[in-house]
Design a protein around this ligand. Structure first.
Ligand SMILES: C[S@@+](CC[C@H](N)C(=O)[O-])C[C@H]1O[C@@H](n2cnc3c(N)ncnc32)[C@H](O)[C@@H]1O
Length: 204
């Protein structure tokens, strides 16, 4: 029930109403909305992030707001299981694709996925669009941090978004550490051209 509130809240900024985007557009058009540009390739993580986790088949990563699976293969290099969490409408489009296996499981129920012994949470350009005042990101962070198996959270944002500092403060107040942070290198950025993005890596 709690999770449904998270999903149904009209908590997004003007950038995208994902239900109507998925209902009215083709897969190729939705991919362009996701990245804001015609290029479709994974968001490379800086080499220092999860460096010691490479090839660790015991890890389970939750791709929060997985979209159409852009980052799934990259995540598989760090984790034996990759779980995709997104809205039902986006997951329907993802799962209708005749693609190789991207995710071991997908669901719009965050709690259900987290209970699958998730060790790592990854999010790319999702929380930046959720209005902080809606409380939806805090609710998601509460569910994530309440899951004892989760030991690391990676988050990548458009650096112009002001409420990223609120997200950092929220996790620090919960006793998490900001382990690393930085700016995404321009040649690794696949989203609106020339918009700097910042990344954060949190640990318990
Ligand atoms: C800009 S796209 C990024 C997709 C993916 N992370 C990527 O980098 O390709 C934002 C994604 O967040 C998803 N989303 C929006 N609201 C959400 C919510 N409340 N819970 C989970 N995912 C949500 C959207 O459906 C969309 O797939």
């Amino acid at each position: 029930m709690e999770n449904k509130q998270l999903l149904q809240k009209p908590d997004y900024d003007a950038y995208a109403n994902w239900h109507s985007v998925t209902a009215s557009k083709s897969v190729e058009q939705v991919k362009k909305v996701i990245t804001g540009c015609p290029v479709w390739k994974e968001t490379a993580m800086p080499k220092t992030v999860w460096a010691s986790e490479l090839g660790n088949a015991q890890n389970v990563v939750l791709d929060f707001g997985c979209g159409l699976g852009r980052n799934a293969s990259m995540l598989r290099r760090y984790c034996g299981r990759v779980l995709g969490y997104d809205l039902d409408s986006m997951l329907s489009m993802l799962n209708s694709q005749p693609a190789p296996l991207l995710y071991d499981a997908t669901s719009s129920n965050l709690q259900e996925l987290l209970q699958q012994q998730v060790t790592h949470v990854y999010e790319a350009v999702v929380w930046q669009h959720i209005k902080w005042s809606s409380g939806a990101t805090q609710l998601a962070l509460d569910l994530i941090t309440n899951q004892p198996s989760v030991r690391s959270i990676y988050s990548c944002w458009n650096a112009a978004v002001v409420h990223q500092s609120a997200m950092v403060a929220y996790l620090l107040a919960k006793g998490w550490r900001l382990e690393q942070s930085g700016e995404v290198a321009q040649d690794q950025l696949v989203t609106l051209a020339n918009v700097p993005h910042r990344w954060y890596l949190f640990a318990r």
